[in-house]
Ligand binder design. Structure first.
Ligand code: HEM
Ligand SMILES: *[C@@H]1O[C@H](CO)[C@@H](O)[C@H](O)[C@H]1NC(C)=O
Ligand SMILES: *[C@@H]1O[C@H](CO)[C@@H](O)[C@H](O)[C@H]1NC(C)=O
Ligand SMILES: *[C@@H]1O[C@H](CO)[C@@H](O)[C@H](O)[C@H]1NC(C)=O
Ligand SMILES: *[C@@H]1O[C@H](CO)[C@@H](O)[C@H](O)[C@H]1NC(C)=O
Length: 366
């Protein structure tokens, strides 16, 4: 008897949950689970065409991804514990108070993307904090083999300027980076996961004399989200012994790179070799899927620093699905051998990669 009643209730529950949820109707025949997400389809159309030059994984996409970090990492429970304002995290303060925050030394260069993005946020009347995270997620979705990041909408547009010295510098020692990122809630492995972003990075401010942009620590063709960065194999490569400066000398935050035309950050070089981070770093060499899924997980955390995710609306469905790529098996760059690798993970041997054929690799300007 009892069991019959339970069965009856159970099947009723199944029927109820099978009724499709009403979806909100947005522009151009698209629908969303929540009407609050509709505006993001319009923002998507606009920025894909007018900010990212028809959905490219180009410079504005890279700078937009970098900006998600420089806004969000202004968040310090340590300062709060000392009775000071610790920053609001992913709150758009870097855009609302650009005249203050973009003058912080670690934010050198981000003023350009802040001012490029601002009119789009104003036009669509969305908060600066939401816009910055949305643009970063859309921008990196344009990179082949890239992540599809979560996007939660509803951050307040009200913020205060972040305190200075919360954004890591490329000249920082690993201890400093681990402490600062740890204060914001990231483990050493999660810092490495975040640095998957540098697979699509270039620099132009650490060595401003280089007359063109070069692959930063990693990539000569920073248009795909390629784990070669971690390998230091075919073109970009952090674990190969450095031998040269791509510009005309050493700059603060720069160390020698292994390839003509490639640029290496001091901080990436250190994190790739530190016992606390080396194994996570090395683990991505052969595992692009793990790099992408861990990046997606850690970016969900970054994008909501200082926010209560439960109070935000999940509009992830608006973020495009990145093109998949058939990445070639990782190799060492032509002209390099395993003897050039500075493996630093004690627990796991460095994978037995062979070198690409042909003359010694150099990295073309981007
Ligand atoms: C240890 C922490 C980090 C340090 C020290 C660092 C440092 C740097 C530096 C110095 C540059 C070159 C900027 C220039 O000269 O134009 C750069 C570029 C970049 N960074 Fe980071 N970064 C860190 C973490 C991150 C994180 C967490 C993200 C994103 C999630 C990120 C995304 C990027 C991107 C996409 C670029 C390339 C920008 C472009 O090509 O215009 N970085 N980073
Ligand atoms: C967000 O704040 C800025 C000022 O910092 C203002 O110009 C903009 O209109 C605000 N946007 C919204 C959606 O309230
Ligand atoms: C813009 O957004 C703000 C805050 O959400 C709202 O108060 C205002 O009415 C909106 N303005 C327009 C023109 O929709
Ligand atoms: C917290 O702040 C104090 C004082 O500035 C500093 O000495 C300490 O290293 C910080 N700790 C972390 C984890 O950032
Ligand atoms: C580096 O390059 C810049 C610009 O090309 C030049 O002005 C400067 O003298 C160079 N410095 C050295 C040490 O070669």
């Amino acid at each position: 008897m009892f069991s019959k009643i339970i069965v009856a209730f159970t099947s009723l529950a199944v029927v109820v949950s099978a009724v499709p949820m009403r979806r909100a109707t947005c522009s151009n025949g698209r629908t969303a689970t929540d009407a609050a997400c509709c505006v993001w389809f319009d923002v998507l159309d606009d920025i894909q065409q007018n900010l990212f030059d028809n959905s490219e994984c180009g410079e504005d996409a890279h700078e937009s991804l970098r900006l998600t970090f420089h806004d969000a990492i202004g968040f310090s429970p340590n300062l709060t514990a000392q009775g000071k304002f610790g920053g609001g995290g992913a709150d758009g303060s870097i855009m609302a108070f650009a005249q203050i925050e973009t003058n912080f030394h670690a934010n050198i260069g981000v003023d350009e993307i802040v001012e490029t993005q601002r009119p789009f946020a104003l036009k669509h009347n969305v908060s600066f904090g939401d816009f910055i995270q949305f643009a970063g997620a859309v921008g990196v979705s344009n990179c082949a083999g890239g992540p599809r990041l979560q996007f939660l909408a509803g951050r307040s547009n009200i913020s205060q300027p972040s305190p200075d010295l919360l954004v890591p510098e490329p000249s920082d020692l690993t201890d400093t980076i681990l402490a600062r990122m740890g204060d914001a809630g990231f483990s050493p492995n999660e810092i490495v996961d975040l640095l998957a972003s540098h697979t699509v990075a270039a620099q132009d401010k650490v060595d401003p004399t280089i007359p063109f942009r070069k692959g930063t620590p990693f990539d000569s063709t920073p248009s795909s989200f390629d784990s070669q960065f971690f390998i230091e194999a075919s073109d970009c490569r952090t674990l190969l012994q450095g031998t040269l400066f791509p510009g005309n000398g050493s700059n603060v935050g720069e160390v020698e790179s292994p390839l003509l035309g490639e640029f290496r950050l001091f901080s990436d070089n250190e994190l790739a070799r530190d016992p606390r981070t080396a194994c996570e770093w090395q683990s991505f060499i052969l595992d692009h899927d793990s790099m992408v899924s861990k990046f997606e997980a850690v970016m969900a955390k970054l994008a909501t620093l200082g926010q209560n995710p439960a109070e935000l609306t999940d509009c992830s469905e608006v973020i495009p699905v990145p093109a998949s790529v058939q990445l070639p098996a990782p190799t060492l760059p032509a002209g390099k051998s395993l003897a050039d690798v500075q493996a630093a993970c004690a627990a796991t041997p460095f994978p037995a990669l062979s070198a690409a054929p042909g003359p010694a690799t150099s990295v073309a300007p981007v």
